[in-house]
Design a protein around this ligand. Structure first.
Ligand code: GAF
Length: 380
């Protein structure tokens, strides 16, 4: 990838880049739609990433090359008001990061940037977060800005919230910035504390992309977030994190039934995430399998963010692996991927089963990625 980005950079900007930065995508093992409720998540960074090549250009102009978008070019002037591009969505992730850094008082200058990557896009594996984090780290490195990795993640999240219009939480950007090889990380999304949770020996993390297209995702995502806020507000709280399950259970019937379902998912999913960390630390695969199944059922029935194709995939895999692994939808939902944690000897037959059944049942062909836990953003 480094060779390709170097030569594309040279062709577009007639010089070699100074640095190349790599930021990974992520898969979330459990803890879905809990991050913006100040709750717990358990993601790991994956070995699919976005690469950014950068060099200052002694001007106030930023020039961008998107290798994976037919080598489209964009540029903007740092002395003018930075606005979202009306058509080039990929550029808005970059513009957003510049805008948020400047807003926070950091001094950046003109530069040339080439971008490429292999995180499957629109699949719930955080291709956007990896782009935002790669750009933020590239600017921190190039202009010697003083930001911690957590601050890089916060700037990247703000870019997505304010420039792209998705009110996402902090999980994707934080794991892309801080990922650790061989471990998932338990993230407390309130304190941003990170606790490594080593992955199971003798087991693989397999991602099955349903290839269900995720249409209108941002509006449905933002709606879920508002519903959670509504539930918290009913109890006079700013976040569901502060609502004990027992208190919710005692008063749930006062809530609109739909809002109550959303809140129940978040409250129970937080506990499942903590329980999953415990199961990993005891190498209790059967318990992990049970928790992943409960998490999926909750996303399907309470939070209502799965699709029939994904429900089918999860049921197919869960029936096959029984208590030797677990499966659930991963990410924001409405399409995207299933994550399975499976005993190594079951990986090949599981993939063969999915290959045999999924397309004939749904008319869609899956893509399968076997991944390792990867480390977070780095300058190569
Ligand atoms: C998306 C968001 F970007 C994350 O912040 C998180 O809420 C996730 O959906 C659901 O857990 O990936």
């Amino acid at each position: 990838m480094s060779v390709a980005i170097n030569s594309a950079f040279e062709k577009a900007f007639a010089s070699q880049p100074d640095s190349i930065i790599k930021a990974p995508g992520r898969v979330n093992l459990i803890g879905e739609h809990t991050d913006y409720n100040d709750g717990f998540v358990l993601p790991c960074a994956i070995d699919f990433a976005t690469w950014v090549a950068i060099k200052p250009n002694d001007s106030r102009k930023v020039r961008l090359l998107a290798m994976d978008y037919d080598h489209q070019l964009d540029s903007f002037d740092l002395d003018q008001e930075l606005l979202p591009h009306p058509n080039l969505q990929w550029s808005n992730y970059v513009r957003g990061v510049f805008s948020e850094l400047i807003k926070a008082g950091h001094v950046v200058d003109g530069c040339d940037i080439a971008i490429t990557g292999n995180v499957p896009q629109g699949s719930g594996l955080s291709s956007s977060a990896s782009l935002e984090v790669a750009i933020a780290k590239a600017l921190v490195h190039t202009f010697s800005l003083s930001l911690s990795v957590a601050e890089i993640a916060i700037i990247a999240q703000a870019a997505e919230n304010n420039f792209v219009g998705c009110n996402c939480g902090i999980m994707d950007q934080l794991i892309s910035a801080c990922g650790s090889s061989n471990s998932a990380l338990l993230i407390d999304c309130r304190s941003l504390s990170l606790t490594p949770a080593p992955l199971l020996k003798g087991h693989s993390v397999v991602i099955i992309n349903s290839n269900v297209k995720r249409g209108l995702v941002d509006s449905k995502y933002n709606e879920r977030r508002e519903q959670c806020q509504q539930a918290a507000a009913h109890f006079g709280l700013s976040s569901l994190r502060d609502l004990p399950l027992s208190q919710f259970n005692a008063h749930a019937q006062q809530l609109d039934p739909l809002i109550a379902k959303r809140a129940r998912h978040v409250l129970e999913e937080n506990q499942r995430t903590l329980d999953a960390v415990e199961a990993l630390s005891c190498h209790d695969v059967a318990r992990l399998s049970e928790l992943m199944a409960q998490s999926h059922a909750s996303m399907r029935d309470l939070f209502e963010i799965t699709t029939p194709e994904i429900d089918y995939l999860v049921a197919l895999i869960a029936d096959f692996v029984e208590d030797k692994g677990g499966a659930r939808m991963t990410g924001g939902g409405f399409g995207g991927c299933v994550v399975a944690v499976v005993a190594d000897e079951l990986v090949a037959p599981m993939i063969a089963l999915v290959d045999e059944c999924y397309e004939s049942k749904t008319g869609l062909k899956e893509s399968v990625y076997i991944t390792q836990a990867a480390s977070g953003v780095k300058v190569l």
